[in-house]
Design a protein around this ligand. Sequence first.
Ligand SMILES: NC(=O)CC[C@H](N)C(=O)O
Length: 449
Amino acid sequence: MSAHDSEEVRRHMDRLAADGVDVVRVTYPDLIGTDRARDVLLEELPRACEHGLAFCRAVYHTSPQGDVVPVSGGLDAGLPDICVRPDLDTLVPLPWEPGVAACLGEVVDPATGAPAPESPRDLLRSVLARCAEHGLRPVVGPELEYFLCEPDGSGGWRRYAPDPGVVYTAGLRADPDNHLLRTLRHVRDLKVGAISGNHEFDGGQIEINLVHSDAVSAADRSFRFKAAIKELARKEGRLATFMAKPFNDAGGSGFHLHLSCDDEEGRNTFDDPSGAYGLSAAARHAVAGVLAHAPALAALLNPTVNSYKRFGPDTLAPWLIDWGLDNRSAMVRIPPERGSGARLELRLGDASANPYLAIAATTAAALLGVLAGEEPPTPLEGYGYDTARSAVLPQTLSAALDALEADTALTDLLGKGFTTSFLSYKRDEVERFHRHVTDWEFTEYAYHL
Ligand SMILES: NC(=O)CC[C@H](N)C(=O)O
């Protein structure tokens, strides 16, 4: 079962022991991108590598009730096991937890050892294999925003340092406790490719940029980054959230993805000084693919009922399905760099997306665009929220899930097993949301009706 032979495991163990590590945290992303994990004593690592770690095959939502949500082959099959195999090539000491090293886990079917259909890492690999068949090697640069919250003194959470006018600042004005400096140094030591960090548009909102790389590494690093940020905030008695739109009086948090494709020699295939807009045909076709599949992409890049509250005119989050040259109001922005930096920036995703699914879906849509060979419409100029010009993105998760189900070209690339599980989990979420009576309803109706 182990991808590592016993000698390799022994070598890793010797190195870990020499570094004072006695526990290995094996973490895997579930379908919705939550980090599920088990702490394994170092002496038990050979057994974990040989047999894998058993988890029950289900997706849990993270409400206070912590209910199990049915996914096909999960609850309906009596909650059988999935098996999680440590990937020792991803081992890294946890900078803030002496004696603990962390690695990622591969989710496999215990009977066959084959990737489980809801393993987001394998789903991404399978899309990348299809890209490789066409000579494309996606390069991805992730940007994640989050809100930091602190206890409000009455059991809830309020935004940390909610002062206005802090966008693009660093330092004590917006961060009286130096959270960002501390966090940046820790995530650097976690080796997730952090570059820089700053305060974002809203008080308490922070962005940390990660370096670009091949798509699996970009997804691994985004996933580990999110888990680290949440853990580090907990260490400070705070809550970091990657929820799309946590506050009514603030904007949302994006997960912008920069995408280009290298050829087999490592040259950026999106650059062409003689092409329209200085972009190659492949780049323009990729833009057309992302636009064509945008309603279905929303289901994976904006995967919660809350995600759709981030969209809107005048928000810096997109609202319409369009593209523009260095235009931040467009869903697809082409940054001004060309040459090796030629790329598209998809601004659709919000920070709640599972990075593996978001990157898999985006590269799949770009590949479909390259295969279809269509040109995008003329790019947007100026104000990007004019509904007379472009179609509006889905306005609810339910509409996006329907668009995903209808987009068979995309779901063929993502796989049937995954699509069925994802739709069933997410439709259950929509259903739970519709049944839930909110504070807004009480305020709106209870006094007058
Ligand atoms: N700096 C920015 O571009 C803001 C992005 C915005 N917060 C979003 O949700 O996408």
